[in-house]
Ligand binder design. Structure first.
Ligand SMILES: Cc1ncc(C[n+]2csc(CCOP(=O)(O)OP(=O)(O)O)c2C)c(N)n1
Length: 359
């Protein structure tokens, strides 16, 4: 019996916008000057909001949260390809994506201050709540996609997660089910190289996340995650494939988390300053700005104006957030289950009794 290869494969990496700000004209997606400006403005807003949130957290005015800085290219490039009738299923590092979908900064500040009312996103935005448990939401994304397919809707689902989530059973179940039932989901992995302190090389022996798609019979591709044009191109193609053929895709956006895992972490304990410095040079916003300056879309004055406008919007949101009356203590228990469990009821009664004594 001969031994013959059964399956052979290769994984492609898509790059459009080079570090020097020039683009591969053949691969450049068709985007108007206005759309490119909007991409840039939203990436800047996401960064400025992130920086302000960090200060608020350090001042004790906000709880623990996961920063986006360095991942704006991956995140904004992907959601830019969404239509309003598509669904977004986020993890917990998606403030930029959520803002793009129309969730307000005020509401996000509320959520990250521990006020559960901030987590109830308007239904019309077709955006699921923030998912803190790693990987569980991938199954929700498949459920939504499957339901839409059954209902004959021609929209798709985009779900975000980190490379750490690819080690969970939920990841495997979700991709398998999506492949078997040809569910219109785009699985978007922001491979930011670390799951808290665990580096990518300890997460998997595979050299890429993208190749994991092969095991589920779906299409997988890697993109330079700090290249907003490559991300947009790959996500738009994947969403179109999903909407027309109902085929799922796994996209790996190769990027880097330049800040700590969350505000409760100290990344200096497990990685070198040199490594961070090397990635800072690949900053997605600066790379896009480089391109825009060469095209005549951006100059110093406009850059300052965009930053000032972002800061003004952030300041307004912070003011609105800080004027919201604090939630009632029972809010904590309202959003866990549709029907409260007995232990929750007991905890609620205990908390309310203590609250009364304090008054
Ligand atoms: C089911 C579950 N296990 C553990 C945790 C604790 N935890 C929070 S974030 C995280 C790492 C996630 O890494 P990754 O998926 O790569 O996303 P990133 O934080 O890098 O964006 C862990 C283990 C959790 N939130 N949920």
């Amino acid at each position: 019996m001969p031994i013959r290869p059964l399956v052979s494969y290769s994984i492609e990496r898509v790059e459009v916008l080079r570090e020097d700000g020039t683009v591969d004209e053949e691969l450049m997606p068709s985007l108007s000057a206005d759309e490119i400006q909007r991409l840039y403005e939203h990436m800047v807003l996401t960064r400025r909001f992130d920086e302000r949130m960090f200060k608020l957290q350090r001042q004790g005015r906000l709880g623990t949260f996961a920063r986006v800085t360095g991942q704006e290219g991956a995140q904004i490039g992907a959601v830019f390809a969404l239509r309003p009738d598509d669904w977004l299923v986020p993890a917990f590092r998606e403030n930029g994506a959520l803002l793009w979908r129309g969730i307000t900064m005020t509401q996000l500040l509320q959520y990250w201050s521990g006020d559960e009312r901030g987590g109830a996103f308007p239904r019309a935005l077709r955006t699921l709540p923030i998912s803190i448990p790693v990987g569980t939401h991938l199954l929700h994304a498949v459920g939504i996609g499957w339901a839409m397919k059954e209902a004959g809707e021609d929209s798709a689902v985009l779900t975000f997660f980190g490379e750490g989530a690819t080690s969970t059973g939920d990841f495997s179940e979700a991709l398998n089910m999506a492949g078997v039932f040809q569910v219109p989901v785009v699985f978007f992995c922001q491979n930011n190289q670390y799951a808290i302190s665990v580096p990518f090389t300890r997460q998997t022996a595979a050299p890429t996340v993208a190749q994991k798609a092969l095991g589920y019979g779906i299409f997988g591709v890697q993109v330079d995650g700090n290249d907003v044009f490559a991300v947009y191109r790959a996500t738009r193609e994947a969403l179109e494939r999903a909407r027309s053929g109902k085929e799922p895709t796994l996209i790996e956006a190769h990027t880097y988390r330049v800040t700590d895992h969350t505000t409760s972490d100290d990344a200096r304990r497990y990685r070198s300053d040199e490594e961070v410095a090397a990635w800072l040079k690949r900053d997605p916003i600066e790379r896009l700005a480089h391109y825009m300056r060469a095209q005549g879309f951006l100059d110093e004055a406009r850059e300052a104006e965009i930053a000032a406008e972002a800061d003004r919007k952030v300041a307004e949101a912070v003011e609105a957030f800080e004027s919201i009356p604090p939630p009632e203590p029972e809010e904590i228990f309202r959003h866990v289950f549709a029907q409260k469990t007995r232990p929750l009821e007991e905890q609620e009664a205990a908390l309310l009794a203590r609250w009364e004594r304090r008054r």
